[in-house]
Design a protein around this ligand. Structure first.
Ligand SMILES: [Fe+2]
Length: 477
């Protein structure tokens, strides 16, 4: 178990977490004593533990609560329920019309997800929206307050940068989760905004891979506010940003959600390591790609699911997509003109990954992604010259939690998520630009996917408490 906690008042001495009879001393993750982590090892699999948290004085810091470990990798498990969502970040707003969804409404949406008692949640990217460069905004009208608020020549920790980072990031994460998820593990993947920029390629700046300072901001946010990925025997220990000196054996960007022999979800950040090397470019490095291919080829797990931080299946004409499509003058996607700074190697890597998914033996090829502010489901029948009609790849947009009504693709870019020319995509649910989440039940013979949506424009928040799925599909039957 890896647990992160932040406190209203700094603690001057390490608190202790008790996991059953094991005592885990807290490790400070900031320099002020407000943020602490607890890394408990040597626990028994598939066991519900009582947890309690005490200050150095012995005084309880909160009520005790339960948390269960997963079954061991070789154990037979017959059911796993996962809650997936994306884009939970954004500054607090008190309006349903302007700004991001009010935190209280995000809480309500997530609590409805939790009411179905998932075993685990996947928060797929964009936990913090505080873009520093915004190169698409004309220079004259650009607000450089955010950029200027950091000293990019200084360290993040132990300087004013740490204070600025906390003021920017904590209100977007801490109250959204609160203690609601303390008995439901959350796997947090990072995407572009977690590096404090939108993915943009302009003549002035290409925002990814992230500049060094913004990489440190992303690492610092993760260190303080959400857990890294725990080690897994089947994931190489030396993938990039794994086993980095100050983080022991955890991984920052590439994770495994393994639940016995029933399911394995491969989580990968496609921004941190992306390269701009033309036909040999990639969103992930060759060794990360090899790990994914190897896991899809391995046979010991029933279901293997890909969870990249941006979506196969659709395009909104943005720079940092798998696909070359760009908006033409009439606002439609086209591949007739080149997308500036887009790299053909990204698409080649996409095709290699899709080919591995479709080639999996006796499994449902499934990919669940983040980044895109929509909920939808499609079946990929073709990618370039690759024919998947014999076993289409199901691709799901899991649903955004915090998006501003002005932040949906149609509002920002004038186009709803659309299948790119490279694909034949059967859209069973055309992307819907509403808030939502997805539940996936992994069973020995099938995967049941349920999509939930809520329309901020027409529905009162009250209906969130009784929200039911609007689309259900059984995969593998
Ligand atoms: Fe994103």
């Amino acid at each position: 178990m890896l647990i992160k906690a932040s406190f209203r008042q700094p603690l001057s001495a390490p608190p202790t977490l008790r996991v059953g009879t094991t005592a885990v001393r807290g490790r400070m993750t900031d320099t002020a004593g407000e943020c602490w982590q607890f890394y408990a090892t040597g626990l028994t699999p598939a066991r519900r533990y009582p947890l309690s948290l005490a200050a150095a004085s012995g005084a309880a810091l909160c009520e005790p609560w339960p948390l269960s470990t997963f079954p061991s990798p070789d154990a037979v498990a017959d059911r796993l329920r996962v809650l997936f969502f994306t884009c939970a970040g954004g500054a607090e707003s008190d309006s349903l019309v302007r700004g991001n969804l009010p935190t209280s409404v995000r809480n309500r949406l997530l609590r409805r997800g939790l009411s179905f008692q998932p075993d685990v949640a996947v928060a797929n990217g964009d936990h913090v929206y505080w873009d520093l460069h915004a190169p698409r905004t004309p220079l004259a009208s650009r607000d450089t307050t955010r950029l200027d608020s950091f000293n990019r020549s200084a360290l993040v920790f132990g300087t004013r940068n740490e204070t600025v980072l906390k003021l920017a990031a904590a209100p977007q994460i801490v109250p959204v989760y609160g203690t609601d998820f303390r008995s439901t593990p959350v796997f947090f993947l990072q995407d572009d905004h977690d590096y404090f920029d939108n993915d943009e390629g302009t003549d002035e700046i290409i925002t990814f891979p992230p500049p060094w300072f913004q990489l440190q901001l992303a690492r610092a946010t993760q260190r303080m506010y959400y857990p890294e990925f725990l080690p897994d025997a089947t994931r190489p220990s030396n993938l990039p940003w794994s086993s980095v000196d100050d983080r022991s054996d955890v991984s920052e960007s590439f994770g495994t959600l393994r639940f016995g022999r029933l399911a394995e979800i491969l989580l990968y950040d496609v921004r941190r390591m992306m390269t701009l090397a033309g036909p040999s470019a990639g969103f992930i490095t060759p060794e990360v790609e090899q790990w994914l291919h190897a896991r899809m080829k391995a046979t010991e797990v029933r279901h293997v699911v890909n969870a990249p931080s941006n979506p196969p299946g659709w395009s909104a004409g943005k720079w940092g997509e798998w696909y070359p499509d760009i908006l033409d003058d009439s606002g439609k996607l086209t591949t007739q003109k080149p997308k500036p700074y887009w790299q053909s190697g990204w698409l080649k890597q996409h095709d290699r990954l899709m080919q591995s998914m479709a080639a999996m033996d006796r499994r449902v090829p499934l990919v669940v992604s983040g980044d895109l502010h929509a909920t939808g489901i499609g079946r990929m029948l073709r990618a370039g010259s690759l024919d998947f009609r014999a076993r289409p790849i199901t691709t799901v947009l899991s649903g955004p939690v915090g998006t501003s009504p002005a932040g949906f693709p149609s509002a920002v870019r004038g186009i709803a998520p659309t299948p790119p020319a490279h694909l034949d995509l059967q859209e069973d649910v055309k992307p819907i630009e509403q808030h939502g989440f997805m539940l996936a039940d992994f069973l020995p013979d099938r995967i049941v996917v349920r999509l939930f949506k809520w329309d901020v424009k027409t529905q009162p928040p009250d209906v969130l408490d009784t929200l039911e799925p609007f689309h259900t599909v059984e995969l593998g039957r």
